[in-house]
Design a protein. Sequence first.
Length: 89
Amino acid sequence: MSRTVIDLDDEALEAAARELGTSTKRDTINTALREVTARYRRLRALDEARELVAEGALDIDLLLDKSAYRPTSAGAGAADDDRDTGAHE
């Protein structure tokens, strides 16, 4: 971790602390940096997914159809019975 002396906008820092639920300048700044990084990673992932959809390489309707990948409640019990959990060993 590095130590840096900087001038901060106190009003912006207070507003960020309220939004982030942080209580110290250090926590506010570190949390804000992590949040911004995570946000831009998510935005890049969305852009990449949009490109895949536009190219026809990704079917977003299939991904959004939860019934296509989640077993129904009747089928879930049967699937559980087929799995070997090792509990009987």
